[in-house]
Design a protein around this ligand. Structure first.
Ligand code: GLV
Ligand code: MN
Ligand code: MN
Length: 404
């Protein structure tokens, strides 16, 4: 599976993945998913919001056990963020069949659409729509960098956007959702464990800062006469670092657009996107308020106009103790048998569909060790033995939840 998936959407120059929602690369990944499901005799459906489901057993029965992740990527993402969860789900089913496991509940493997939000700016669009955490109107307003709307992109990729919207009956039939994911930090490397269980996801959000100044000649405009939004942007980036450091949080400007983007012109507009996350809501609010205040002060001093728009927000998610404890018990002495201690329980600053669904469905996550912690980069990695340990752990969990 890994070898077949590896070339899809891979950029030769960077070695990273560009699997953006509803592009040709995404279509290829979806075809791969369908082929894997059909090869296993699973019934494939795409739900109204563009999420793929591969069913073993009756999709309309109650108490389904669902596992899976996403196949889309950030710009020049790694191979593991998302795909490891989907591949491991199919591999875990293969393992359960080898064990002769007898399913007493329906099992579904999922590929959630547009988890990363790389194209339309909002993460977890497929799961947010299904869970009613994104309105159809707001989804219709999403546009990519070329001005193509989400419905237009869906339609061009062959998915009818006419049925977008909440899917409460579908979610009500799910007894448990378990997402396996590569760890995006080094907690497991530090404890020496191949597999861990998620406790919570930090509250996180994305804010767009529009700094408007005055375009002018880079050679002839006196420094004192300039209204240069790039300076305010630069000050704001430094403020983000400062505020995050003070609060023990994180804040990142990772995407910026400049108009007119000419080497010999003072910009008229600098648009920067802030991603900020913290262990609790108060801290996050303090960090973002501090960044915005620093930006406004500099803007006012230099004649720059500033608009700040919160483009998305996900509150803190604490995965329910009941399922987490059940999984801990199922994995006791198995997943981490080499290290001889209990499976670690860890929080994360990364967002996931599991976090979105946790408001509607009992939800849990498994993490697989990432020896460098690097993620959202072509250098993202997990060792094959650890991936295999992840598959075994997921199979143990699914067997405990879905089989006799
Ligand atoms: C998704 O991977 C996110 O945490 O931004
Ligand atoms: Mn990601
Ligand atoms: Mn992911």
């Amino acid at each position: 599976m890994w070898r077949e998936l590896a070339p899809l959407g891979r950029n030769e120059d960077s070695g990273g993945y560009r699997r953006y929602a509803w592009t040709a690369a995404d279509t290829d990944c979806r075809a791969w998913f369908r082929a894997q499901a059909e090869a296993r005799g699973l019934a494939v459906e795409t739900d109204r919001n563009g999420n793929q489901w591969a069913w073993l057993g009756d999709p309309l029965a109650a108490g389904a056990v669902v596992t899976g992740s996403h196949l889309d990527s950030v710009p020049d993402g790694g191979a593991f963020d998302g795909p490891l969860g989907v591949v491991s789900s199919f591999a875990a089913l293969d393992e359960l069949r080898r064990r002769g496991a007898e399913f007493v509940r329906p099992l579904a493997i999922t590929n959630f659409g547009d988890e990363e939000g790389a194209r339309f700016g909002l993460a977890c669009v497929g799961s947010r729509l299904a869970a009613g955490q994104l309105t159809v109107e707001a989804a219709h307003r999403l546009r990519d960098a070329d001005g193509i709307t989400l419905p237009q992109a869906m339609e061009a990729a062959g998915h009818d956007p006419g049925a977008l919207g909440p899917d409460p009956e579908r979610l009500a039939r799910i007894g448990a959702f378990v997402e396996l994911h590569v760890e995006q930090g080094r907690a497991l490397d530090l404890t020496g464990d191949p597999v861990g269980i998620a406790s919570a996801i930090w509250p996180h959000g994305r804010w767009r800062f529009d700094f408007r100044g005055e375009a002018n000649h880079a050679g002839t405009t006196r420094l004192a006469d300039r209204r240069d939004p790039m300076l305010t942007y630069a000050e704001t980036v430094l403020a983000a670092r400062r505020e995050a450091e003070l609060a023990g949080a994180v804040a990142t400007f990772g995407k910026v657009a400049v108009e007119p983007n000419g080497v010999n012109a003072i910009p008229s507009l600098v648009r920067g996107w802030l991603d900020s996350r913290a262990a609790d809501q108060d801290t996050l609010d303090t960090v973002v308020a501090g960044i915005e205040q620093a930006a406004r002060e500099h803007a006012a001093r230099t004649g720059v106009d500033l608009d700040v728009v919160r483009e998305s927000f996900t509150p803190e998610i604490a995965f329910g103790h009941a399922l987490r404890d059940e999984i801990g018990a199922l994995l006791k002495g198995s997943a981490n048998r080499d290290t001889g201690h209990d499976i670690p329980v860890l929080g994360t600053g990364a967002g996931h569909d599991a976090g979105i669904l946790s408001a509607s469905v009992p939800t849990a996550m498994l993490f697989v060790r990432n020896p460098t912690g690097i993620s959202h980069s072509p250098a993202e990695h997990a060792d094959e033995n650890d991936c295999a340990a992840g598959v075994t752990a997921l199979a143990d969990v699914l067997e405990g939840l879905a089989c006799r």
